[in-house]
Design a protein around this ligand. Structure first.
Ligand SMILES: Nc1ncnc2c1ncn2[C@@H]1O[C@H](COP(=O)(O)OP(=O)(O)OP(=O)(O)O)[C@@H](O)[C@H]1O
Ligand SMILES: [Mg+2]
Length: 327
């Protein structure tokens, strides 16, 4: 088994994550090209305000609209959501002014904290997601039952944000469940009042709307937990700092039942006996790769050496692909 198997799997979601700067965007962009060239209709989504998918492809996807990627044989589309502008729209929608530098949080919804207190303490123990994670999960929800794209590749932000993203289904499930309990209670009380004292018998649709939302969250969550529909590719570099962070990430993925059987160890120092510094780094990296193999015995591990150039533009991404998914 190798990373190449991803091409044959019927994946709905391919999530790529890891520590900052390890090569997540390069791996996500590269795999998106490979999937599209293999005949799948692919949408790569990033919520990174740094617009790195644009930088990676050397194209501009920052319009907030889905854009076809040029230079790829097949159907590859990219969408870069800007949390700052999406945040402005969000703050307009909820009628609460907010600076563009400030990502609105779910916690910023007026009255939410009072509602949380009323609904119970355990909801507060789940950290509310930030706007970027909320937007990413919004896209996961949007495409859960929409077959416009065969595979959604999600270039995630560094690990901390990913962990908050993984909490969202649980957060929403719990939140909507409690809203529903309250709503059902209120709705029943209203119906009783109306039947006692007369009045408009028109049915309140809020319960149905909440139930439909909850149902959608559960469908997306089921897909995210299904190893034939979702894979989270862990990207790391061969330093112990990165390895430790990946071990914590893997634990969290296990807790949330998100399948993750592929790891990419990127930026390995090549062997060069003329350069003592390079040899020292190379030997250290090899030792750490041995540790990675023992730490993730069930993983399919792909190793990639550091290139002598940045991975930018379609041609470089394709060259990167030839290492990621060798023929
Ligand atoms: N194997 C490699 N050899 C050389 N350069 C690489 C390699 N992999 C990635 N890079 C370069 O390293 C930099 C960081 O890569 P990338 O943007 O893919 O990382 P990231 O994990 O997405 O970063 P961030 O956490 O900031 O989103 C980029 O300039 C990229 O071109
Ligand atoms: Mg990135």
């Amino acid at each position: 088994m190798s990373l190449k198997d991803i091409l044959e799997m019927d994946l709905k979601y391919l999530l790529v994550g890891g520590k900052g700067g390890v090569g997540k965007t390069s791996v996500a962009s590269s795999l998106a090209i490979a999937l599209a060239e293999h005949g799948r209709r692919v949408l790569i989504i990033s919520t990174d305000p740094a617009h790195s998918v644009s930088d990676s492809f050397e194209m501009d996807f920052s319009s907030g609209e889905i854009t076809k990627v040029k230079g790829v044989v097949g159907d590859l589309f990219a969408l870069e959501i800007n949390p700052a502008t999406a945040g402005e729209e969000f703050s307009k929608a909820i009628g609460q002014p907010m600076g563009t530098d400030q990502f609105p949080q779910f916690g910023a919804i007026p009255g939410l904290s009072e509602l949380q207190q009323g609904l119970g303490q355990d909801l507060q123990s789940i950290p509310p997601p930030g706007m970027d994670e909320a937007l990413a999960f919004g896209k996961i929800l949007e495409y859960a039952e929409d077959d416009s794209y065969d595979t959604i590749v999600l270039d995630t932000a560094p690990t901390g944000h990913t962990l908050r993203l993984l909490n969202i289904p649980e957060f929403l499930d719990s939140f909507l469940g409690r809203m529903l309990k309250m709503k059902t209670f209120l709705s029943n009380a209203m119906t009783m009042m109306k039947s006692l004292f007369g009045g408009d018998q028109e049915k309140d649709r809020t319960v149905e709307t909440l139930e439909a939302m909850k149902e959608k969250v559960l469908i997306a969550r089921d897909k995210l937990m299904d190893e034939t529909k979702t894979q989270f590719v862990k990207v790391l570099i061969p330093t112990m700092m990165s390895v430790f962070e990946t071990e914590r990430l893997a634990e969290e993925l296990n807790q949330h039942l998100i399948p993750h059987k592929f790891s990419v160890v990127n930026m390995i120092n090549p062997q060069n006996s003329d350069c003592p510094y390079c040899m020292h780094r190379h030997n250290e990296h090899q030792k750490n790769i041995d540790y990675i193999k023992s730490a993730f015995p069930l993983d399919q591990i792909t190793t990639i050496e550091a290139f002598d150039r940045e991975i930018r533009g379609i041609d470089m991404l394709k060259e990167f692909n030839s290492k990621l998914i060798p023929e």
